[in-house]
Design a protein around this ligand. Structure first.
Ligand SMILES: C[S@@+](CC[C@H](N)C(=O)[O-])C[C@H]1O[C@@H](n2cnc3c(N)ncnc32)[C@H](O)[C@@H]1O
Ligand SMILES: Nc1nc2[nH]cc(C(=O)O)c2c(=O)[nH]1
Ligand code: SF4
Ligand SMILES: [Mg+2]
Length: 193
């Protein structure tokens, strides 16, 4: 759908320069999705893997983030191999609704109530990032923690339009449960993509 060189605004790599590749197509249907224009893949141009790699190489950073839309709708073996052959670190942002393919240096798993994840993502997630849209979402987030690798980093991120209400709850929860961290979408404050 689009690609851009920016600063990772969320989660464990927040603040790092990263080249984002946003793949069109998603069938999860989150009511608060901040990139609904990505859902219909047919509205977006097709690019070859060689073209994607050559665009990513125009950035000076080592990290490429594959996002969407929902990237696990596609087989990502060839794309990730080509990116890794170019010396890049491959990161993915996913709701994990289908089995993950490809070779990944970092997997950010962001489960959704709107479509349940495939359980195969649990052992692959390096980072769990749950969007908090209602206070009950915190208890729902907690249910995942026993299923993940012990090294998996845990983040609670307020839904952007509910930040004023959700952030105080998240702050108190993280103070009481310090295995969790707060994640904010800092790119939206910086007015960058
Ligand atoms: C647009 S999604 C694309 C990747 C994948 N479909 C997913 O949901 O993980 C990228 C990240 O933005 C988060 N996100 C989407 N809409 C949001 C919103 N309104 N507020 C906070 N985070 C949001 C998602 O949970 C996900 O972690
Ligand atoms: N700067 C920036 N950081 C991000 N982290 C995850 C994003 C995404 O939409 O996947 C995103 C995004 O869209 N922009
Ligand atoms: S899974 Fe991701 S891209 Fe799909 S609707 Fe939800 S937030 Fe948007
Ligand atoms: Mg985004």
């Amino acid at each position: 759908m689009e690609d851009f060189y920016t600063i990772q605004g969320e989660g464990f790599y927040q603040g790092h320069a990263a080249y984002f590749v946003r793949l069109g197509g998603c069938d999860v249907g989150c009511v608060w999705c901040d990139v609904k224009e990505s859902w219909d893949a047919s509205l977006h141009p097709m690019l070859s893997i060689a073209e994607i790699v050559s665009r990513v190489k125009t950035g000076k950073g080592k990290i490429v983030v594959i996002t969407g839309g929902e990237p696990v709708m596609y087989n990502l073996e060839k794309l990730t191999h080509a990116l890794k052959d170019s010396g890049l670190r491959t990161h993915i942002e996913t709701s994990g609704v289908y089995p993950l393919t490809g070779t990944w240096d970092w997997v950010c798993f962001s489960p959704k109530k709107f479509k349940k994840p495939d359980t195969s993502i649990f052992e692959k997630a390096d980072e769990l990032k749950v969007i908090i849209n209602h206070k009950s979402d915190i208890a729902w987030a907690e249910e995942f923690t026993s299923k993940l690798k012990p090294s998996c980093q845990l983040f609670l991120q307020p839904e952007w339009s509910k930040e004023k209400e959700m952030l105080p709850l998240i702050i108190e929860y993280v103070k009481d449960n310090p295995k969790w961290q707060v994640s904010l979408q800092v790119h939206k404050y910086m007015n960058i993509p």
